[in-house]
Design a protein. Structure first.
Length: 227
């Protein structure tokens, strides 16, 4: 089974609900992921490059599923859809979410929509949230309001890329709490960290160390025995 087929199957059901489909020669039951990583007998090796590629593909699959939920077969999602995705797992109460979405809807004029590549790029930015936070520290200490130009500059310094203007403008509309066209930094960071805590952080060379890879292999083998 290819990575893509297996990942889509696993992501749609949830890793914790992995199908049980074979037993090895020791009688231990294998999951689909165990077979994929370590072979039928659980004795194949998994190198760091393969693991990193799997994690990157897995995040992309999860994002595709989430994007498709809102795109309904089209190539783009609306500004309102994007806002709902950002807010859906936050601790905001119902009225706060409702007011933010109402503001986004009211201020959306002739939006061209958001493609999956733009959607994916934004969440790649979230993988560098700590570096971005460091770049923004000066503004935190000075209590200066954050403009789009300052946000984009900090993003470029910390990640090496920039958000497209329509995404940038939408983020500011969502997190501009007092209507002054500046970002409410604390609120923005709280929501982004909530998002990362759900496990959507991608694997990059800096973020997935060799030691964590070894820990994963050991943990995965031990947990697989429980099945």
């Amino acid at each position: 089974m290819s990575d893509k087929r297996m990942l889509r199957r696993q992501a749609s059901k949830g890793v914790s609900n992995t199908n049980i489909n074979s037993k090895n020669e020791d009688g231990e039951i294998n999951t689909t992921l165990l077979l994929h990583f370590f072979g039928k007998n659980g004795r194949d090796t998994l190198n760091f490059t393969e693991f990193k590629r799997f994690m990157e593909n897995f995040q992309t699959e999860l994002l595709e599923i989430e994007f498709t939920e809102f795109s309904h077969g089209f190539k783009t999602i609306s500004d309102l859809d994007f806002a709902e995705i950002l807010l859906r797992y936050t601790d905001f109460d119902h009225d706060t979410k409702k007011n933010i979405l109402k503001k986004v809807k009211k201020t959306t004029i002739q939006s061209r929509g958001i493609t999956f590549e733009q959607f994916k790029c934004f969440f790649a930015f979230l993988n560098n949230l700590e570096e971005f936070s460091i770049a923004m520290r000066f503004h935190q200490l000075s209590n200066k309001p954050i403009s789009q130009a300052e946000f984009q500059r900090a993003l470029k310094i910390s990640t090496g890329f920039e958000l497209e203007p329509n995404i940038m403008g939408l983020v500011f509309r969502i997190f501009d709490t007092d209507g002054d066209q500046h970002l409410s930094y604390d609120e923005f960071m709280a929501v982004m960290k909530d998002r990362l805590s759900r496990g959507f952080q991608a694997s990059t060379d800096n973020e997935v160390s060799k030691s964590s890879f070894e820990q994963f292999k050991h943990c995965f083998r031990e947990r697989a025995k429980e099945y």
